[in-house]
Design a protein. Structure first.
Length: 187
């Protein structure tokens, strides 16, 4: 890959810094997709001693690239995203990846296939962290920024995704405890 190709990839990825997400921060600022991707990458890194039987570097890679399709479509909250929305995002992402230098395109394609298949422990950890980070962020944001459906969704979301891991299930239960305290306190 030459320097120009490298820069072109970075220029597209930079869009995620300006792509707002559904969540807000503690101080009520709308979170960007880039911030979400950064934090789930950190979450993966922090698990390297909890999941010694997996390639945590691969999980970090998955976390870093997982929302790049949103460079083209923006963020659509999971509870309103349709199959048509997913198809458009996947198509635009696939076109972009195909335009990359061959070795990089292969790396991205291999990771996306593994992430989609959800068969490896690495892919399952990435998917769990993606969902759990959103719940953590909601617990950190003011309660009045939640949409009406999130009061129930935040009680049930992602339990099925983390079920393969006792550690992630314990984390999900701790997040639920924080959710319940937040709702009860009204803040």
């Amino acid at each position: 890959m030459d320097a120009r190709e490298y820069l072109e990839i970075l220029h597209v990825a930079e869009r995620l810094k300006d792509t707002p997400r559904h969540c807000t921060t503690t101080k009520r600022r709308t979170e960007s997709v880039a911030e979400h991707s950064w934090r789930i990458s950190l979450m993966a890194f922090l698990l390297r001693h909890e999941f010694t039987d997996v390639d945590i570097n691969k999980v970090v890679d998955m976390c870093l690239i997982h929302d790049l399709g949103e460079c083209f479509t923006g963020d659509i909250p999971t509870f309103i995203k349709t199959d048509s929305d997913r198809a458009v995002e996947d198509s635009l992402l696939h076109q972009w990846v195909k335009s990359m230098p061959e070795e990089i395109a292969r790396d991205f394609t291999d990771l996306y296939k593994e992430m989609e298949a959800q068969e490896t422990k690495e892919a399952k950890i990435y998917k769990s962290l993606d969902k759990l980070e959103a719940l953590i962020q909601h617990n950190e944001s003011p309660l009045d920024t939640w949409s009406e459906n999130e009061f129930e969704l935040n009680k049930t979301y992602a339990f099925d995704t983390v079920a393969f891991s006792s550690w992630l299930t314990e984390l999900r239960e701790a997040i639920l405890e924080d959710t319940m305290k937040k709702i009860e306190s009204g803040s």
